[in-house]
Ligand binder design. Sequence first.
Ligand SMILES: Cc1cc2nc3c(=O)[nH]c(=O)nc-3n(C[C@H](O)[C@H](O)[C@H](O)COP(=O)(O)OP(=O)(O)OC[C@H]3O[C@@H](n4cnc5c(N)ncnc54)[C@H](O)[C@@H]3O)c2cc1C
Length: 356
Amino acid sequence: MPSSSTDTFLIVGSGLSGILMAWELEKRGVDYEVWNSGAKSGPESNSATKVAAGMFNPVSFKRLVEVWNAQEHLNAMRETYQSLEHFLNLQGELFHIAPIMRVFPNSQYRDLWLKRLNDSHPVAGFLSEISDECPKDVIAPHGFGVVPEAGWVNLPLLIKSFRSNLELRGKFFEKHWDFSTQMPLKFSHVIDCRGVGATQDFASLGLKIASDHGEILTIQSPINTNGMCVNRVKWLLPRGNSTFKLGATYKWNVTKSEPTEAGCSELLLALQPIIAPNVFNNFEITDHVSGLRPASSDRRPYAGPVNNLKNTYILNGLGTRGVFVGPTTASHLAHFIFDQTPLPADICPARFKKKQ
Ligand SMILES: Cc1cc2nc3c(=O)[nH]c(=O)nc-3n(C[C@H](O)[C@H](O)[C@H](O)COP(=O)(O)OP(=O)(O)OC[C@H]3O[C@@H](n4cnc5c(N)ncnc54)[C@H](O)[C@@H]3O)c2cc1C
């Protein structure tokens, strides 16, 4: 849909998708407002972004392959978060490199890692050689490999800072919006970034936005991982000052978000085998949070025009890898809106048309 620089856009949702979209408009000098619901309960109150650990990782450990379009995402995300850091005056606070130490669960996995390296598999460019020299508090009898180009983005800080910046410029409002909302005339286009808050509206158009529940603990512990994120089944991410994020649980299609005893036990049980007993027994849980990840059925984001709604677009379904895939996806949507560049078929919501 052609668009001129005199249009005013409404972005609904100030989670990661809304902020990434706002950034695309900001860079183009396009006028916009951001609305976010002030609801205190129900799907509208969910913010996956506020609770996420913000990790990025170009490797999918399950089958030991590279994530879909990994290099494209890696380049775009680095550029985006570093520019945002600069724009928000948060140098050194937003974007963090923390290599991931993948503890091998057994000797077969170790052999697979070696095979990927020896075969020059596309994932090999993201993997280091195998090592047996473990940080002293980590237990890895089968050894480990490292993914150096991994890390995390401080998402709560990003959305808080961006929102403050918008508020100062009169561009942020605590308001509800849905498909039935009468649009103020000043807005020419809407970009719907409501996460799981959009589930019901899109169900009426035959597009499924699943809500996948996740829980994370914050723990205080003297564990030394040499600054690396330790991964085996679950992950332990160092955040400085002896603080770690331990996550995450994953449950499909849960509509209510709340931290559970079962989630807490699942996380601690997964950590126990890889941490030396003397340090494992010496930690304090300082926080326990949960949220709903907005996801699609094929685990690709949704970015594109909304069927039957004029000048309305969706950016949603960022799933478990919002930090990694979000910047590229937002950029594709902006190119589609402003430059009429066709959207890649694998993110276009119309890919589900035939199945409806
Ligand atoms: C426990 C957990 C751990 C995670 N860890 C990671 C991780 O390490 N790395 C990673 O990349 N991703 C992670 N994720 C996923 C990541 O959080 C999501 O991909 C991303 O935050 C989704 O952003 P979003 O803006 O689409 O949705 P949200 O962050 O949920 O934002 C949607 C916004 O829309 C607003 N809204 C909803 N309905 C309305 C309405 N009707 N009107 C106005 N406003 C409305 C909501 O209030 C909310 O602020 C994790 C998620 C969870 C739950």
